[in-house]
Design a protein around this ligand. Structure first.
Ligand code: UDP
Ligand code: MG
Length: 307
């Protein structure tokens, strides 16, 4: 029997929150009064998460647990959950309760009005650190400027998707998964529900500055080739400036004769160009790295056990 709704919750070292999460989510599902399943994905947790989840799966028929063979990262864990979910609609949600479960009721209402996708939009992120908010804002702005697809501001993975959206999503072949971008790329008729982002119920975030920076790089290189193309224009501008400067030197030499050679300006130009070239090569490297990873065509995740 296909349940109406599948809740998909990736878990990485979340032993402290699973109980409260389940309690809250059961309360909401009771209100919803439709058939449901809860799919937990254990993303290679190093604490007691798996043990707790196994016990929950035993206790409740509606709880399913998919355990990955190691930590594959949130994007992969989410993919695993979406692949394994059977529901007519699927809702990925963080298990740390930063995404308020009550919103699911609004999501379903919108779905019944005929939307295929309902996204949760964070209107108030005061519980996130200032640095996180500023960097997130900058990322969305930059990303949307240089990518073909637009990621809506402050919309995370918390959303509802209809079965046909999930089926389309499952067809995407890429192994490097930037879910925010993929979700946006899929399109479909989308409704927005606003909410306030809570702080974590317990435990700690596993996304620190360096991880977020890499995440942002992945996002940009997944959906834009602008960083590759920009070098053409940088090159043109630099060449034009050099040409003008060269002409000026020739003119000056013709009129005033040779003066003392400028070591300082010379070394500045050499270093500047060296730096620009290295940056260009670095960016090429980012993309070649992605091509390399995709070309290996490895699975996004490996399931070790199911309970
Ligand atoms: N998560 C995961 N694998 C990871 C890191 C995180 O499955 O490698 C899960 C985590 O258990 C949580 C969700 O992804 O349910 C969001 O993680 P977190 O709260 O650490 O991120 P933040 O909310 O700070 O962005
Ligand atoms: Mg969180």
């Amino acid at each position: 029997m296909q349940p109406f709704i599948s809740i998909v919750a990736p878990c990485y070292n979340e032993e402290d929150v699973i109980d409260i999460f389940l309690e809250k989510i059961f309360a909401v599902l009771k209100k919803l009064d439709r058939s449901y399943e809860i799919v937990f994905v254990n993303d290679g947790s190093r604490d007691n998460t798996l043990e707790i989840l196994k016990q929950k799966a035993k206790e409740y028929d509606a709880v399913r647990v998919i355990s990955l063979s190691r930590n594959f990262g949130k994007e992969a864990a989410l993919s695993a959950g979406l692949d394994m979910a059977h529901g007519e609609v699927v809702v990925p949600i963080d298990v740390d309760l930063q995404d308020p479960p009550e919103l699911i009721l609004d999501f379903v209402k919108k779905y019944e009005e005929g939307y295929d996708v309902v996204v949760g939009k964070r209107v108030d992120r005061t519980t996130d650190s200032a640095a996180k908010r500023v960097s997130a804002e900058t990322f969305y702005k930059l990303h949307n400027k240089i990518s073909d697809i637009e990621i809506p501001h402050n919309v995370g993975d918390y959303r509802l998707m209809s079965r046909r959206v999930v089926e389309e999503l499952k067809k995407l072949p890429e192994t490097q998964r930037f879910m925010k971008g993929i979700f946006a790329w899929l399109g479909f008729k989308t409704a927005v529900v606003e909410y306030k982002r809570e702080s974590r119920a317990a435990g700690e975030t596993s996304f620190n500055g360096w991880k977020l920076w890499n995440f942002a790089l992945d996002g940009i290189t997944s959906f834009s080739t602008a960083p590759l193309r920009v070098w053409l224009y940088v090159g043109i501008v630099l060449a034009a400036i050099s040409f003008l400067y060269g002409s000026w030197i020739i003119l000056k030499t013709l009129i005033f004769g040779v003066d003392a050679p400028g070591y300082a300006s010379m070394i500045t130009v050499v270093l500047f160009l060296g730096g620009i070239q290295l940056m260009g090569i670095g960016i090429l490297g980012e993309y070649i790295g992605r091509i390399y990873l995709e070309s290996k065509n490895r699975p996004v995740y490996i399931i070790e056990d199911e309970y």
